[in-house]
Design a protein around this ligand. Structure first.
Ligand code: APR
Length: 311
């Protein structure tokens, strides 16, 4: 298993470290435009492997030749948010960065699975698919696991119970229009709506939608990376070990939920075939309306993104 992580910043480096610690790859290539940074970070991580009891080998590079024939490529390069910015505000900067990185990586690893993390995530996944022509089982985005993890963490805080017992689901775009689904949320099998009053649940849903922004407002110089990196690792693990976990990921819809040619978060089965299946939930009218709003918002930003890369 050879994994390439593009971007040796906060998200990329943390992802590489977690993957290596879990020994999910034999080799990890960390790529960045900054000279010395991927080399230094990869070597530092490599030197931690005897302590972590992992035999993963890590290498830092500035070009893509050595990433040849990667099995999985994780795209994290790009600008991160500063306070007051929405993810969509990153579009102009990241459309060009993501398209140049993906073109290079794809030249050397046309058979890899691609996980897109750079924001605005759904739009970047769409652009990367159009650039490479890859089908949706091979290229998808990380967002829903992160949003759902935040939602689960807040529910755990509210109830004072184990995170592990909380199951939840968030659909839609990775932004303010995301659609948390209390009806599909349970705590050890008990519907969350039986445990948390509507006003508190509403507050949790709101905090979840603004969860990324909350971290940005603390950090001031960048955005979240521990939870995003952990979410990427969960996707990689499900693919590498063929776990066939059902996880919310950003994928191209092909008629599911009544939509085509748009990338948004929905539950999928992740296994050795990548995104092996999209799961279609039976939504009620309110949930459908929220998803519609989210899809239409993502579509609008996709159009802007396609113009930026002249497609
Ligand atoms: N090729 C390779 N690396 C690049 C390029 C490029 N063309 N352009 C920028 N980079 C690198 C930067 O040098 C930096 O090391 O991408 C890295 C980004 O790291 P950070 O600034 O720490 O940003 P990070 O927090 O990792 O976020 C990266 O992930 O979650 C999203 O919204 C977030 O879009 C952002 C991305």
């Amino acid at each position: 298993m050879k994994i390439t992580v593009i971007g040796a910043g906060n998200v990329g480096a943390t992802t590489a470290q977690l993957l290596a610690n879990a020994e999910l790859a034999n080799e990890i290539y960390l790529v960045d435009i900054l000279e010395g940074i991927p080399q230094g970070k990869a070597l530092d991580m490599y030197e931690s492997m005897p302590i972590m009891e992992s035999d993963t080998k890590l290498y830092g590079v500035n070009t893509y030749e050595q990433t040849k024939d990667s099995d999985i490529v994780i795209q994290t390069a790009g600008m991160a948010r500063k306070p007051g910015m929405s993810r969509d505000d990153l579009l102009v900067a990241n459309a060009n960065i993501v398209s140049s990185c993906i073109k290079e990586a794809f030249k050397y690893s046309p058979n890899a699975y691609y996980i897109i993390v750079s924001n605005p995530l759904d739009v970047m996944t769409y652009l990367a698919m159009k650039i490479t022509g890859l089908p949706r089982n091979k290229m998808f985005g990380m967002a829903g696991i992160l949003d759902t993890a935040r939602y689960r963490a807040f529910i755990s805080m509210e109830l004072g119970v184990s995170m592990q017992d909380i199951q939840g689901l968030i659909l839609g775009g990775h932004g303010d229009t995301m659609v948390p689904l209390p009806r599909f949320t349970s705590v050890a099998g008990i519907p969350v709506t039986d445990l948390i009053p509507p006003d508190r649940l509403e507050a949790i849903v709101k905090r979840t939608a603004g969860g990324g922004g909350e971290i940005v407002s603390y950090l001031k110089t960048g955005s979240a990376y521990y939870a995003p990196a952990a979410a990427v690792v969960q996707m990689v693990e499900s693919i590498v070990k063929d776990q066939k976990r059902i996880l919310p990921c950003s994928v191209m819809l092909e008629g599911e939920y009544g939509y085509n040619d748009v990338v948004v978060g929905v539950p999928v089965v992740l296994g050795k075939g990548g995104c092996e299946k999209v799961i279609e939930l039976k939504l009620n009218e309110d949930e459908k309306a929220l998803l519609h709003k989210s899809v239409e918002h993502v579509r609008k930003v996709i159009q802007e993104g396609m113009q930026l890369i002249n497609m």
